[in-house]
Design a protein around this ligand. Structure first.
Ligand code: ASP
Length: 336
């Protein structure tokens, strides 16, 4: 009889987006809310892994929570296009077999990451977009919602403010949106628009079977053109996973991440240059991305348990936890 494979220690890294997140501009209450949400989502993923669940299940569990959390730019709480709509992108990849699923421009499926997973597992394709993607979601029994479900007042005000500042037309308040909420003081709005500049969500996980997976879910960039697709649903750019190298989820100005193929690039440096994971992530973010003047960050994990994060913005919402370890939740770039 073959000797039993030793069990791996599970591990998990989560991000809630990178951007201009500055200590001086975030009040204590907002900071505490972000930390609590990141902790809650990470612990939910850890529970899956600790129960012997797969890396894929853990990634989906984490992102389902962040998609429902209005603090993050994914699912409910997503940013708006210049025409005042929420168009959601997501992707997921299984490092054990290189299977992947992605969706772009989704407007009705409550959990885009689950839809990406359904594309991977239940369709012959890797990527579906728009109405066809939502219709597939309905067909496989994923919860469909009115597009107004994704609306949040703070994202709306933030869009209005950006469009006014840029002298662009402000679209009518979307149908199905709740009546205007209480007036939020402008200072707070100013903060929140910067705070949420990128705000995408992502997770990478290693399970006890030694498999890794990555997933990313986002509303994209605020005031984006209708139909614009970022890096998050592009396999190799915003998301990548291979048991031969690493699993990566990215956040930042997607156009740069697509052009550099960031997620795959990090894994290539591990495979072909033999770089430790942290060095590979730093090389891509602090050298290659910066050369193009792009900004953002990545989280990464390797089958041997190496964890990494790297970003060139003032902050990135992030958390990590490994089996037997202590949960770490961080926001600003001066937190080690
Ligand atoms: N990368 C995402 C995009 O370009 C945005 C983000 O990370 O917040 O769509």
């Amino acid at each position: 009889m073959a000797a039993q494979q030793p069990a791996h220690h599970w591990a998990l890294v989560v991000h809630g987006g990178a951007g201009v997140i500055e200590r001086a501009r975030m009040d204590a209450k907002t900071e505490a809310a972000y930390r609590a949400s990141l902790a809650q989502a990470t612990e939910a993923g850890a529970k899956v892994l600790d129960g012997g669940g797969s890396a894929l299940d853990a990634v989906e569990a984490v992102l389902n929570i962040l998609e429902d959390d209005p603090l993050f730019n994914a699912g409910r709480g997503a940013v708006f296009t210049s025409e005042g709509k929420n168009e959601l992108d997501a992707s997921i990849m299984d490092g054990s077999n290189l299977r992947a699923g992605a969706v772009a421009g989704v407007t009705r499926t409550r959990h885009p990451i689950s839809l990406a997973r359904a594309v991977m597992e239940k369709s012959p394709h890797v990527m579906l977009i728009g109405a066809g993607a939502d219709a597939f979601g309905a067909q496989v029994g994923l919860e469909q919602v009115d597009p107004g479900f994704f609306f949040t007042e703070s994202r709306w005000q933030s869009l209005v403010k950006q469009l006014q500042k840029e002298g662009r037309p402000v679209p009518p308040r979307p149908a199905g949106a709740p009546p205007p909420g209480p007036v939020v003081p402008v200072a707070q709005l100013e903060e929140s628009s910067d705070t949420h500049l990128y705000g995408t969500t992502g997770a990478v996980a290693l399970d006890r079977a030694g498999n890794i997976a990555a997933g990313t879910s986002t509303g994209g960039m605020q005031a984006k053109m209708p139909g614009r697709v970022g890096d998050s649903p592009i396999i190799g750019a915003g998301t990548y996973a291979s048991n031969q190298s690493c699993a990566v989820s990215a956040t930042g100005a997607g156009e740069y991440f697509i052009r550099l193929g960031v997620a795959r690039e990090v894994c290539n440096l591990v495979t072909f240059r033999g770089l430790p994971l942290q060095q590979a992530a730093d090389q891509v973010i602090h050298k290659e991305l910066e050369t193009l003047h792009g900004d953002g960050g990545v989280i990464a994990i390797a089958p041997d348990g190496q964890l990494a994060w790297s970003f060139n913005t003032p902050g990135m919402f992030r958390a990590r936890l490994n089996e037997g370890g202590k949960l770490e939740v961080k926001i600003f770039n001066d937190e080690p």
